[in-house]
Design a protein. Structure first.
Length: 753
C-alpha cells in the first residue's frame, strides 16, 4: 500500500497526469470513429457512389489511417511521449518550428471537430421521432426551430463539465457510450430492408450523383478518430504500450464495423432513400430509437474526446512557447491541480468551438476538418518515412512499421488534399509555411527538419556509393567524366584553383578539394585543421560550389600523396584526375609537385598542374588550347576539360580556340584529324577558331604561343611523363608570361565520340 502511494506521489510530482491505460486510448479513438458520419452520412455515400464506390471510400480512408496509426505507434515508442499527443510527436521529430505550424492546424481541426459533433448531435432533433416535439416547441414559442438551439447549450454544458470534473469524468463516461454504440450497431444489423432494398446492382448509383472527391471530403471525418486517443499522451501511464495497442485496435474495430454497415445499408434500402434520408439507419434498425440514442452517444462522446484532446494540444504548444507573447504562452501552458488540467486552454477552446457551432452546416464543417486532418496525417506519415530513410541510429522505436506504408500514407494524404480542393490545399500549405517561417526566428532548435534532411542525404550518398561499388563498374572511355581530386596546402587563400575546381565539377564532373595542413598531427594542428576546414566549407557555400572539401594533417604533400589519392571521390568511384596548383610567385613549390607527379604516373592518373597569376581568369572569355606533336594522347582530355569549363555560367560568354603547332609535313594530316574529331564529337567549337601553325624549334614555338595567347584568360597546354622526367620543374615554368595556365597529361584512353 505504501509502495503504491509513493508511486502515485511520484507520478503526480512528475506531472504524468491521470495514469490512463490502453483502454483510454482505445475508447477515445473508437468512440470518435463510430461517430456522426457513420450514422448520418454512410447512406449518402452508398447512394451517390454505389456499393463498390462506398467500399472504396472505406478502403481508401483506411489506406490513409492504417499507415498513420502505424506511424503514430512507431514514433510514440521511440521517444518519451509527453502531453499534446500528435503535436508532441511531430514537434519532437521535426522540431518546434515545423511542429508548431502543423500543431496549429491539428489544434484547429480538433476544436472544429467539437463544433462538428455538436452540430451533428443537434441533427437528431430533425428526425421523424422528434418532429412532434419540434412542432409543439414552434407552436408554443412562435420561434422557428434551429439546430443551434440545441448545439450551443450542449457545447456550453460539455465544456462546463470538463472544466469542473477534468478528464476523469470523460473517460469513465466513454465505457457506457461504447456499450450503447455497439448495441445500436447490433440492432441495426438485426433490422429488415425497407422498400425491397437497392436492387442488387453493386455498381449503380443515383442520377446526377455528387463527385467522388466531394463524397470523400464529407465522409473522411469518420476516419479522424484514430489519433484522438493519442491526445491523452500526457495522461497515460505507459504511452509506449498504450498508444500502439489502443490505436491499432480501434482502427481494426472501426474498419470491420464500417465495411459491415455499408454492405447492410446497400441491401436494406433503395439508393435514392440512402442518398436523401440521413436517418435511413433509423428506418432499418429493428428498434429505430436506438439509432438516435447511438447517434447521440456517438456525437457526445466524440465531442467529449475532442474537448479532452484539443486543450491539451494547445497547452503543449503554450509550454513550447510558440506564441509571440510570453504572457499568452504561460497562461495557455498553465496546468491546474495534481493532474495538470489545462483549464485556460479549455476556456480558449470553448470560445473557438462556439464560434464554429454558429455555422450550423454539417457538410461545410466536415470539409474543413478533412483538409486539416489530411495535413496532420500526411505529416505524421512523412515523419515516419523520413526517419526510416535517414537511418538515424538514435531512432530506435520498439514498434516498427514499414517505410513504404508510411510513404504510401503521406502520398495519399497530400494527393487527396489536392483532389478535394486545389485552392484550399494550397491555402493550407501556405498558412503552414507562413507559421513555420515566423517560428524559425524564435526557435532555433537542434532537432529540426535540417537534421533529418542531412540524414537522408547521407543515406542517399551511402546507397549510391555502395551500389556503384557493388556493380563493379569500370571507367567508360566513351562517356568519360572528370572525377577530380585537387590537392593544395594553400586552399584558403588561393581562389583561382578553387574556381577551376568549381567549374570542372559544376555539372559534368565530381570534385574533391584535399587541403593538406602541413605539420605533425597533434592537438594544436588538428584544431587548426578543423578551423580551416570550416572556413573552406563557408567559402563553398558563399561561392555556390559543388565540390566537397577535406582537410588532413601531414608533414608534407608528398608524404600524403599515396594514401589520399587512393580514397574514392564523392561519386563512389575512384578518382581519375589529380590537380596540383601553384602561384607564379611561388616557384619554390614546384619541386614537390614534380616529385608527386612522378610518383603518380605508375598509378595511371590523369595529371593536371594549374599555374595561377594575378590575372585570375580575367573576363573569362577566351580559352586557348595548344596542341603539339606530343599531345596525341592528351588532345581528347584537353578538349573535354575546356568544354566542361565553358559549360559553367561564369564562362557563358567564352569561346574556345584551338591552336595546332606541328612540323610542316605533319600539319595537314593533324588539322584534318582535329576537325573530324570536333565534328563527330559535336563540340561547340567553330572551324574558324581552329588555327594551325608550323614551327622549326622550341624557341619559335614559345614565341608563337606567347604572341597568340598572352591575353587569353585560360591556356591549356599538354605535357608527357618523358618530358617531365627530362625537364623537371622547367615544364611548368615555360610560357611564364601567360595568364592562368593548365598543364595536362592524360594517362587514360578517352574518346570524344
Amino acid at each position: 500500500m505504501v509502495i503504491k502511494l509513493v508511486k502515485r506521489l511520484q507520478r503526480v510530482i512528475k506531472g504524468e497526469g491521470h495514469g490512463f491505460t490502453t483502454s483510454a486510448v482505445f475508447l477515445t479513438s473508437v468512440c470518435t470513429i463510430l461517430g456522426a458520419i457513420m450514422f448520418l452520412r454512410f447512406g449518402y455515400a452508398v447512394g451517390n457512389l454505389g456499393l463498390i464506390g462506398a467500399l472504396f471510400i472505406i478502403i481508401l480512408g483506411h489506406l490513409i489511417t492504417i499507415p498513420t496509426g502505424l506511424a503514430v505507434s512507431e514514433i510514440a515508442t521511440n521517444l518519451k511521449v509527453g502531453g499534446g499527443g500528435a503535436y508532441y510527436i511531430i514537434s519532437r521529430s521535426f522540431g518546434t518550428s515545423i511542429g508548431s505550424s502543423i500543431g496549429i492546424m491539428l489544434y484547429a481541426s480538433q476544436i472544429i471537430s467539437v463544433a462538428f459533433y455538436l452540430i451533428a448531435f443537434a441533427e437528431i432533433f430533425n428526425s421523424d421521432f422528434f418532429s412532434p416535439f419540434i412542432n409543439m416547441f414552434e407552436n408554443y414559442t412562435h420561434i422557428k426551430y434551429d439546430s443551434r438551439i440545441i448545439s450551443l447549450p450542449a457545447g456550453l454544458i460539455l465544456f462546463s463539465i470538463i472544466l469542473k470534473r477534468g478528464a476523469n469524468i470523460g473517460i469513465k463516461a466513454l465505457w457506457g457510450i461504447f456499450a450503447l454504440l455497439i448495441l445500436a450497431v447490433i440492432l441495426f444489423f438485426l433490422g429488415s430492408p425497407v422498400h425491397s432494398g437497392s436492387g442488387g446492382d453493386i455498381y449503380g448509383s443515383i442520377k446526377r450523383p455528387d463527385s467522388f472527391s466531394t463524397v470523400f471530403a464529407i465522409i473522411f471525418p469518420a476516419f479522424t478518430g484514430i489519433i484522438a486517443g493519442v491526445g491523452l499522451s500526457g495522461d497515460l501511464k505507459d504511452p509506449r504500450r498504450a498508444i500502439p495497442l489502443g490505436v491499432m485496435l480501434a482502427i481494426i474495430v472501426g474498419l470491420l464495423i464500417y465495411l459491415a454497415v455499408v454492405i447492410k445499408l446497400f441491401y436494406s434500402a433503395p439508393l435514392d432513400d440512402l442518398a436523401n434520408n440521413q436517418f435511413i439507419m433509423y428506418n432499418i434498425a429493428i428498434w429505430g430509437p436506438i439509432i438516435l440514442l447511438g447517434l447521440a452517444a456517438a456525437t457526445i462522446s466524440s465531442a467529449v474526446g475532442s474537448i479532452l484532446v484539443a486543450p491539451r494540444t494547445l497547452q503543449a504548444m503554450g509550454n513550447d512557447k510558440i506564441f509571440p507573447h510570453e504572457g499568452i504562452n504561460s497562461s495557455i501552458g498553465e496546468g491546474h491541480g495534481k493532474e495538470n488540467e489545462p483549464i485556460n486552454a479549455t476556456l480558449v477552446s470553448a470560445i473557438i468551438a462556439i464560434a464554429f457551432i454558429l455555422l450550423g452546416n454539417l457538410n461545410a464543417v466536415a470539409s474543413i476538418i478533412t483538409m486539416f486532418f489530411l495535413i496532420t496525417y500526411g505529416s505524421i506519415c512523412s515523419i515516419s518515412f523520413l526517419e526510416h530513410f535517414a537511418g538515424n541510429p538514435s531512432y530506435r522505436p520498439t514498434f516498427r512499421t514499414k517505410w513504404y506504408l508510411s510513404f504510401m500514407g503521406a502520398i495519399l494524404c497530400f494527393g487527396m488534399m489536392f483532389q478535394i480542393n486545389v485552392m484550399y490545399a494550397f491555402i493550407a500549405l501556405i498558412i503552414m509555411a507562413i507559421i513555420y517561417k515566423s517560428q524559425t526566428y524564435t526557435h532555433r532548435e537542434t532537432r529540426s527538419f535540417a537534421v533529418i534532411f542531412q540524414g537522408i542525404m547521407f543515406q542517399l550518398s551511402r546507397w549510391m556509393k555502395l551500389a556503384l561499388q557493388k556493380s563493379g563498374s569500370k571507367p567508360d572511355k566513351y562517356n568519360w567524366r572528370p572525377s577530380i581530386l585537387a590537392i593544395s596546402s594553400h586552399a584558403v587563400e588561393r581562389s583561382a584553383p578553387k574556381n577551376l575546381l568549381k567549374w570542372i565539377s559544376h555539372y559534368y564532373g565530381f570534385g574533391t578539394l584535399m587541403n593538406v595542413y602541413i605539420g605533425n598531427p597533434d592537438r594544436k594542428t588538428i584544431r587548426n585543421a578543423k578551423r580551416i576546414q570550416k572556413e573552406l566549407v563557408d567559402q563553398i557555400n558563399i561561392s555556390d560550389s559543388n565540390y566537397s572539401v577535406t582537410t588532413i594533417v601531414y608533414p608534407s604533400i608528398k608524404n600524403a600523396m599515396v594514401p589520399i589519392v587512393q580514397y574514392p571521390d564523392v561519386s563512389g568511384l575512384d578518382n581519375n584526375t589529380i590537380l596540383f596548383e601553384f602561384h607564379n610567385s611561388r616557384l619554390d613549390e614546384l619541386e614537390e609537385i614534380v616529385d608527386c607527379c612522378k610518383l603518380l604516373y605508375p598509378m595511371r592518373f590523369n595529371i593536371c598542374v594549374f599555374r595561377a597569376s594575378e590575372h585570375n581568369f580575367g573576363f573569362r572569355e577566351k580559352i586557348h588550347i595548344w596542341l603539339t606533336k606530343i599531345d596525341y594522347r592528351n588532345v581528347n582530355l584537353m578538349i573535354l576539360l575546356s568544354f566542361i569549363i565553358m559549360a559553367h555560367p561564369d564562362w557563358r560568354k567564352s569561346e574556345i580556340t584551338i591552336f595546332t603547332a606541328f612540323t610542316k609535313e605533319k600539319q595537314s594530316e593533324q588539322i584534318s584529324n582535329i576537325k573530324r574529331l570536333i565534328a563527330k564529337g559535336r563540340l561547340p567549337i567553330v572551324l574558324r577558331n581552329i588555327e594551325s601553325y608550323t614551327y622549326t624549334d622550341k624557341e619559335s614555338l614559345d614565341r608563337l604561343i606567347h604572341r597568340k595567347s598572352r591575353n587569353a584568360d585560360l591556356v591549356i597546354i599538354g605535357f608527357t611523363q618523358r618530358i617531365l622526367n627530362e625537364q623537371g620543374v622547367e615544364v611548368f615554368k615555360q610560357h611564364f608570361n601567360l595568364n592562368e595556365t593548365l598543364f595536362v597529361s592524360a594517362s587514360e584512353s578517352i574518346y570524344i565520340s
